[in-house]
Design a protein around this ligand. Structure first.
Ligand code: PMP
Length: 385
């Protein structure tokens, strides 16, 4: 098995999550909406899982709407916020220019349909520009949507300040906390947001399940109509997925803070050693970041070339968002940070996780120094003949 340094793309399901899923499949396979006893048994399991996920996220069980993942949660949040203020002159969507590709695509689609959209710039470290936010968030704004931590750089966004600006203008605040959950303390009640998205597969749960947290009192219009989830998300509940999600939350909650520090130390060691090579630039290093993420470029070596070299040495990482990997598009996050296209194309991401070890970092560094450093030296020599 190769050294896996792509935990921001997805994580391996924890054994506890797999066991909980199997249990739900085998024992609680009935429809939780059925009134007979097997249905009620499934319903009890659903309620119990809901309460555990809610505890982990710092919200009430009734504030939790299970979805198929963070993409659906993000789309639901945006559509519901716009629907809630339709007809009262409040239709603008404000988001950062470094959001997840799924949300960027939704914003582009809505804009083409006539919804005014403002994309907030970020500074050179990838943090949302608060002065621009102050200017943009006015009385016509329905929703301000920003990620808690960026998936490519790990940089933390000024969520509390943006929530304050949104609320002062009478707008709602949505936080895509997909890259925060399991990596940093996450407490919906303290976040100041009205809506929050999470995804189970980023914290060692299964894929295809996540949640939108909806602050009490907001009558959320569903994206998928139906009676489930208190009429906020139609469709028979993905009980095995939800059970696996709850087990992953329990496990993340039980993880000592020392493990986050251990991961940060591994990341810092990886980063510091890479940074000794000529032309290496690390992104987001000067500001607060989640502990596991390292975004850097090796000069202007194409990220795909570097990743290929690393993979041949059994080390897997990623260039930018996984959804864009393999494509030739430069990272929109790096472009928004003011980087030229040649740099954005060179950016790659190492993201560590709970299963990362000292030996993994050692192997990754050996690969970098053996397989990537010579390319860099050639590039430097070619630039200064
Ligand atoms: N938002 C962010 C910040 C993400 O990193 C991801 C996963 N790449 C998503 C949303 C989408 O999550 P899901 O795969 O659950 O739809």
């Amino acid at each position: 098995m190769s050294v896996y340094l792509d935990h921001n793309a997805t994580t391996a399901p924890a054994p506890e999550a797999v066991a909980a899923m199997l249990h739900a499949l085998e024992v609680a396979w009935a429809n939780p909406s059925s009134t007979h006893e097997p249905g009620q048994q499934a319903r009890r399991l659903l309620a119990e899982a809901r309460s555990r996920v809610a505890t982990f996220l710092g919200c009430q069980p009734s504030e939790l709407v299970f979805t198929s993942g963070a993409t659906e949660a993000n789309h639901t949040a945006v559509h519901a916020a716009l629907a809630a203020t339709r007809g009262i002159g409040r239709q603008r969507l404000v988001l950062s220019s470094v959001e997840h590709p799924g949300l960027m695509a939704l914003a582009a689609r809505l804009e083409a349909e006539g919804v005014p959209v403002t994309r907030l710039p970020v500074d050179a470290d990838g943090r949302v520009d608060l002065a621009a936010a102050r200017e943009a968030i006015g009385a016509d704004v329905a929703l301000v949507s920003v990620m808690g931590a960026n998936n490519e750089t790990g940089v933390l966004m000024p969520v509390a300040e943006l929530a304050e600006l949104a609320h002062a203008a009478g707008a709602r605040m949505h936080v895509d906390a997909t890259q925060l959950a399991g990596k940093a303390a996450l407490d919906f009640a303290a976040l100041g947001a009205d809506l929050m998205s999470v995804s189970a597969h980023k914290l060692h749960g299964p894929k295809g399940v996540g949640a939108l947290v909806v602050r009490k009192g907001f009558a959320l219009a569903p994206l998928l109509a139906g009676r489930q989830e208190r009429h906020r998300r139609g469709g028979t509940e993905n009980l095995p997925g939800i059970a696996g999600f709850a087990a992953a939350c329990d496990r993340a909650a039980a993880t000592p803070a020392a493990d986050i520090e251990r991961i940060a130390a591994l990341r810092d060691r990886l980063e510091a050693s890479c940074a000794t090579l000529p032309g290496v630039q690390v992104y987001g290093r000067r500001v607060a970041r989640v502990a596991n993420t390292c975004c850097l470029r090796f000069g202007t070596l194409d990220a795909e070339l570097v990743l290929g070299r690393l993979e041949r040495a059994d080390v897997v990482a990623s260039s930018g968002a996984a959804c864009a990997a393999g494509g030739t598009q430069p990272s929109h996050v790096l472009l928004a940070m003011g980087e030229p296209s040649a740099h954005a194309r060179a950016a790659l991401r190492f993201s560590l996780g709970r299963d990362s070890t000292d030996a993994h970092v050692q192997q990754a560094l050996a690969a970098v120094h053996a397989a990537v450093a010579p390319l860099l030296q050639d590039a430097v020599a070619a630039a200064c003949p």
